[in-house]
Design a protein. Sequence first.
Length: 493
Amino acid sequence: MPRVGTFVTRGAESAAPCTARSMDCLFPGPRISPLSLMPFISPQALAAQWWRLQQSESPDNLKRVQALGQDHAAQLATHFYDVMLEDEAASKLLNHEQVRTRLHQSMTNWVASVLSIHDQAGLEKVVNQQIHVGQVHARLDVPMFLVLRGVRSLKQGLAALLRAQALLNEGERLQAMYWAFCVVDFCMEIMGQAYHRSHDSSSKAQEAYRLHAATYSVGAERERQRAALLDWENQLLFDQASGSQGHPLGTLSSSEFGLWFRHKGAHAFAGAPESQQILEIMDGVDKQLLPRLGLAKEAGERLDGLRDLRERTRTLAMLLDGLFEQSRDADAGRDVLTNLLNRKFLPVILNKEVAYCREKRSSFALLAIDVDHFKRINDEYGHEAGDAVLQQLAVGLSHACRGGDYVFRLGGEEFLMLLVDVQQDKAMVMARRVHDQVQSEPFQLPSGRKIHVTVSIGLALHDGHPDYQHTLRRADAALYEAKRNGRNQVVKG
């Protein structure tokens, strides 16, 4: 029997199907097929199609293919992920340790499952697994070429194994190969339908967020960011004038303005030439101008550097004005009560931050925040009082944010903060600061009465996993632990 590693040329780009358990980074997905272009087909209808397809095959052939999957699934999994790690595009999604360790078993289970004989009830479960895989691919934006090459590699592996079955005649081999290929193709079609619908929805949400981010509260945001840029420039000038040249200079990218533009502005104005110019100027200031100022010994040399800095910041302000002039007011994507972002743009923003972290080797943190005993507030003081508490909390959370951070109201008394460009220690400091500020400041009710409110917070630091749901689930789990342990505390997940 041939080794699985001989199925395809080493180094070929490929991706592999695997089971739909958890939110693993699963690679099989859509191919261009009539099914993916059709209106939504229910899982029940797809299971019925699979059942009719299975019923058309002889029992002996079904058993041959099932045995093949059960005996060689682990070999196929080993081969697939060995090959994928050699592919640059695939390795970016597979460099997380948990993904690597879980995917092998996931794919082993997938191969054994789809090649098995199922009753009608079991087929609906298998169909739902394929739908979930397609949705995960859409969420992770798995490239189509990886999916297609993975499917091709899988078929080559199955064909090689069948050719090695000495007890089968040529007709039996071809019949088994045909059935195995039909099953794989049908799984790809189901995943394709799910991918098509999810990806289309995601694309619309991304475009809506881009327009929203570019146009929301333009006048106020423009003045805020011009002020942030000026504050950074003035602080640097003060440090130079006060003889603090020996201290490291705060970079423009890490300033309030820099955080806002890299994590919000650049995305909001994506495609505009001014946006790219701003990024290039910021990069030049941090990598060239600031080191030159830090090393300057003579007053004249420092003065030349500061003149250069002034010209660059003026150019930045001019480019920023040009970008905002292209925008118009829009409020879509905001929670009506608190004016915070709602769930609509959560997937778009988190996917953007995951991609940013992968490119820049940075990290972000999520704070899942829940108002303690909120039902008591509604019951004792009325829903108007509860709304007032949520509005005041939203203002406090917004004030606690830096320029690039985000605050969402997820619904009810649940909030989410996304802290960009932070490591664990700083994220914990910020989480405790939020907790302490909420606890120490009285909340004004419509009746004039003041009450004290506490919150429970679950903290999770992005650990490189390509699926943002992984980090969300850890933040939620930490929040539930904080509530189980008595509330009014911060727990790290």
